[in-house]
Design a protein around this ligand. Structure first.
Ligand SMILES: CC(=O)Oc1ccc2c(C)cc(=O)oc2c1
Length: 277
């Protein structure tokens, strides 16, 4: 691992690293916030999955999360949103597919199937790496925004026992039924829609082995609400499956990090309560 930068913030440290990833067969960059408590004990950790077009830096620069994370003694790990440095056909042509748009799945269609394995990376490889190299415990939670909200929901739903809690901001709840998801899943998984279901929170809810309560914030002035995000689909899937969900519709908020920064403290409290109980 190569240390790229180290910055003191909120009494703790924000560190960025580059490392060679087996899952994506290339270099990946991630950031980790270590709260002051990590100087003397192993601290629990929140994985934050960012949305389309983002890198590890959007959350660290814009969410305003570190004062609260320091107060609660939470580490935060911020991975990048896709493999980088490949040059596949179509990879750099649009904001919603390819670079910056990994969708937190394991691609099966070549050439993407070769390296776009963001699911393996965030669920297995990155936690193994950070738990080995930093004073963090194996108590994990997961959250994210938009494409990253979809990622957080599917990672938790597919891995009972791995996370203590899950939350999301404006998640793509039902990617098999919205334009962003249909485009990405066709490109990464192929035309057979049956195979898509394994990566869709609304499909996974029905058979989830674990009933982690979901905390979701959704801005009512979000321009992507009706066509892409579809919070009502998640509500209906949860109601049908008897899965607890707290969906907070926040009046006037859009899809931006202003929205995330307004409610991130609530999410950190939610995760800290589960991680320290
Ligand atoms: C920094 C920032 O605003 O990030 C951002 C902007 C737009 C989007 C969209 C449209 C989708 C998504 O998944 O993430 C995302 C993130």
């Amino acid at each position: 691992m190569e240390l790229l930068s180290s910055t003191k913030v909120s009494g703790g440290w924000l560190k960025r690293y580059r490392h060679e990833s087996l899952s994506v067969k290339g270099d990946m960059v991630f950031a980790i916030f270590l709260p002051p408590q990590a100087e003397s004990i192993k601290v629990p950790v929140l994985y934050w999955l960012s949305g389309l077009t983002c890198t590890d830096e959007n959350f660290s620069q814009k969410a305003g999360a570190f004062n609260k994370a320091a107060e609660l003694g939470l580490a935060i790990v911020m991975p990048d949103t896709s493999p980088r440095g490949t040059d596949y056909p179509g990879e750099h042509e649009s904001y919603d597919f390819g670079s910056g748009a990994g969708f937190y799945l394991n691609a099966t269609v070549e050439p993407y199937g070769h390296t776009y394995n963001m699911y393996d990376y965030v669920v297995q490889e990155l936690p193994t790496l950070v738990e080995e190299h930093f004073p963090i415990s194996d108590k994990r939670s997961i959250s994210g925004h938009s494409m990253g909200g979809h990622g957080a929901l599917i990672c938790a739903l597919k891995n009972p026992g791995r996370y203590q809690s899950v939350s999301a901001f404006a998640p793509i709840t039902n990617p098999t039924q919205c334009p962003w998801g249909e485009k990405a899943f066709t490109g990464y998984l192929g035309e057979n829609r049956e195979t898509w279901k394994a990566w869709d929170a609304c499909e996974l809810i029905a058979t989830a082995e674990e009933r982690l309560p979901l905390l979701v914030d959704q801005g009512e002035a979000d321009g992507f609400l009706e066509e892409q995000l579809k919070p009502e689909a998640l509500e209906q899937a949860c109601a049908k499956a008897g899965h607890e969900v707290t969906l907070r519709r926040q009046s006037g908020y859009d899809h931006s990090y202003y929205f995330i920064s307004s409610f991130i403290a609530d999410h950190l409290e939610h995760h800290a309560a589960a991680l320290t109980s």
